[in-house]
Design a binder for this molecule. Structure first.
Ligand code: MG
Length: 292
């Protein structure tokens, strides 16, 4: 039995996996992104960038991918893998308004359309432009959007910290997306907010768990699917804030800065402290600071 090791970028690893249509997926070993088995080769892709080919077919598969192992070509290879799904969340740093999470699928044929719209991370796009383009994305792409209202958030927060809440929402979004698509593509990305192992630990009591997700920081700048998830999640957050403004005839501020503390006092004066439960994440320090 022979063994061959090749260095690849994460993108290349998932492109390799996507190209092996008849390979069976095995249990992912520690520090690996995946392990698959073809008729004559076991292929393990590690987080470190090493891909190990083992078995009679190792030379065949390994040599086919060896060209990309030289550092110079590796740097220039930024080809994206499609279809891909990506997810991101909005509202976790805002005192007022819901937490929204969106998981979104992008196919090869969507790429030009999205590039023309200059899709990037929602934090880098003006809110007006988000309101314009998000409906176009929602019409074209398959996505799952979850909105956690403040009353529910406040009820579950004593037993679920913010990271647990985010983990469960991202997982739920992927569970729904999987149902909509029939099956998920092999490359699914979460804009990393926690270590992968902790993410799955927070999901240990969940009924359905979507496995083998790739975690990467600043993913909204690197992957169109995450950028689209981010834009749709931001749109849902902005819409919810608009609805709240209308319902209370009051202007709620975004963020969690000192201005928000003033905003809280103005709101409580008109509607009472209890009503904060319906519009705010009350465990934020702003609640206490507003009344010091
Ligand atoms: Mg994010």
């Amino acid at each position: 039995m022979s063994t061959k090791t090749v260095t690849m970028s994460t993108q290349e690893m998932y492109a390799l996996k996507a190209s092996l249509h008849n390979a069976s997926v095995r249990k992912t070993p520690p520090y690996a992104l995946y392990q698959v088995k073809t008729s004559d080769c076991v292929i393990t892709a590690y987080e470190s960038g090493k891909v190990v080919f083992q078995g009679e077919g190792a030379d065949f598969y390994g040599s086919a991918h060896q060209d990309s192992s030289t550092p110079s070509t590796q740097k220039t290879t930024t080809k994206n893998v499609y279809p891909q799904c990506g997810s991101d969340e909005v509202g976790t740093g805002d005192y007022f308004g819901p937490v929204t999470v969106c998981a979104c699928c992008v196919k090869e044929e969507d790429v030009n359309f999205l590039k023309e719209l200059k899709i990037q991370d929602s934090k880098a796009i003006q809110d007006d432009y988000i309101m314009d383009i998000a409906p176009l994305l929602m019409e074209r792409l398959t996505y799952s959007l979850l909105i956690l209202d403040n009353a529910t958030y406040n009820r579950i927060h004593p037993t679920n910290n913010m990271v647990a809440i985010k983990s469960k929402l991202h997982n739920q979004a992927y569970v729904h997306l999987q149902k909509k698509l029939g099956s998920l593509p092999s490359f699914c990305i979460i804009d990393q907010f926690v270590q992968k192992t902790s993410y799955y630990r927070y999901l240990s009591q969940e009924k359905e768990i979507v496995k083998d997700i790739h975690f990467e920081t600043k993913a909204e700048n690197k992957y169109l699917s995450v950028a689209c998830g981010s834009v749709i999640a931001r749109y849902a957050f902005l819409k919810a804030m608009e609805d709240m403004n209308q319902r209370y005839d009051f202007t709620f501020l975004k963020g969690a800065g000192a201005k928000v503390d003033e905003n809280i006092r103005a709101f409580v004066e008109r509607f009472g402290k209890e009503e904060l439960q319906a519009v705010a994440k009350v465990h934020f320090a702003n609640t206490t600071k507003a009344f010091l």
